[in-house]
Design a protein around this ligand. Sequence first.
Ligand code: NI
Length: 164
Amino acid sequence: MKLEICKWPQPVLAEKAKAIEEITPELQELIENMIETMYEDEGVGLAAPQVGESIRLICVDQTGPKERGDLMVMINPEITSCEGQVDSEEGCLSCPEFTGKVKRSQKISVKALDREGKEICMEVEDYLAIILQHEIDHLDGVTIVDRSSNLKKAMYRKKAKKWA
Ligand code: NI
């Protein structure tokens, strides 16, 4: 089932999401629905707060939106180390009509659980590293709008009245 995307400045997008303590059938259903939503809305990543669930869960597919070749689901993802810095031009399904330049690490190590609860550790760089940082930001209540200048944020606040 495709889910509705919460749009900035809805409060759920600004909350710090809670760690997941148990992998339940309900959680698996949410994961399925998030994957469907990410693909249908042509995103390369989606975090649970974007569908109104303030829990630490993300899905990403760096081959999207044209392909569906590298799906990853991460529960309680954590960045354990980072290096380098890149400027990244980003958009977000929760921030329609907004793009912003964001500073990201070029390379990160991530620790998480997969959807079966198995621990995964990986070192990723460039595009995938950027997507993961963007999605993990969502779990900490941070969007690309929050990472932009006060002026840009104020202008976007006016625009966002259209869907508030
Ligand atoms: Ni986003």
